[in-house]
Design a binder for this molecule. Structure first.
Ligand code: GTP
Ligand code: MG
Length: 232
């Protein structure tokens, strides 16, 4: 899978469309490169929306709730691997209907309270439909993973037609993201067989990340509610 690309919020690097022609793709009928382009455009649409929200929110409240945005387009190999693993129909329709994380956008927020704000501002837009939502912040995963996941659909306006495309949006804080990247590396290093002692250390690290997030949130509130000089 391609790594998540960092896109500076001011100078977004658009995700690149996947090359066609790998072995497994030949079993699919239709133009796979054109099919994947829909997802690249959906990423472009969502990142533009998030950038607009960020700039507008900053303008209105003199405060920026977004640290940065990453995006990734699932590679054709990963799409096929998921299709096989989950036994989904081997067709473009099978992919479109079942593989909902081909387009991925990750939003890293400064504070926990920003996550809900970003979620609501996106979900409230009339061209966005929330198809699925998983709140791993209220219900942390047993290993300690925290993040808010949305699968949304968004219209992509092509030159000849319009199509609604699913995009997976992960919203989390810097601390949650820091934890998730390390856990991901460890998981891959041990190929899923992470020693129990390390698993327990990771869970403790997740708890420390939560405490840090809560501390930062309360400091942030304090500063927001205090006039200049009051906190001295
Ligand atoms: P798939 O694995 O894509 O089929 O996801 P799913 O349908 O089970 O969805 P879920 O919302 O649980 O996870 C989607 C994505 O969230 C994953 O592909 C990861 O990017 C991220 N994620 C979920 N759980 C973990 C975790 O325990 N650790 C880390 N580092 N990332 C996770
Ligand atoms: Mg996934």
């Amino acid at each position: 899978m391609k790594p998540w690309q960092h896109s500076s919020v001011t100078g977004l690097e658009p995700a690149t469309a996947a090359p066609a022609g790998i072995e497994g793709i030949r079993v699919l009928r239709g133009d796979f490169a054109d099919f994947m382009l829909d997802y690249k455009f959906a990423i472009d649409e969502i990142t533009t929306k998030i950038n607009i929200l960020r700039e507008d929110f900053n303008h209105a409240h003199e405060y920026n709730p977004i640290e940065h945005i990453n995006s990734r387009l699932k590679s054709p190999e990963s799409v096929l691997e998921k299709l096989r693993r989950k036994n989904y129909p081997m067709s473009l329709t099978g992919i479109r209907e079942n593989v909902l994380d081909i387009a991925g956008v990750r939003v890293i927020c400064s504070f926990i309270s920003d996550i809900g704000k970003i979620r609501d501002m996106l979900a409230g837009q009339e061209d966005i439909t929330v198809l699925k939502e998983r709140d791993y912040i209220t219900n942390r995963k047993p290993n300690g993973y925290q993040s808010l996941h949305l699968i949304v659909s968004i219209p992509v306006f092509r030159s000849s037609h319009t199509v609604r495309i699913p995009v997976e949006i992960q919203i989390r804080t810097i601390a949650m993201d820091f934890w998730a990247s390390l856990e991901h590396k460890i998981y891959y290093k041990y190929q899923g067989e992470v020693p129990p002692s390390l698993l327990s250390e990771l869970t403790q690290a997740a708890e420390a990340a939560t405490r840090l997030d809560e501390k930062m949130e309360s400091l942030h509130r304090l500063v927001e509610n205090t006039g200049r000089g009051d906190a001295r």
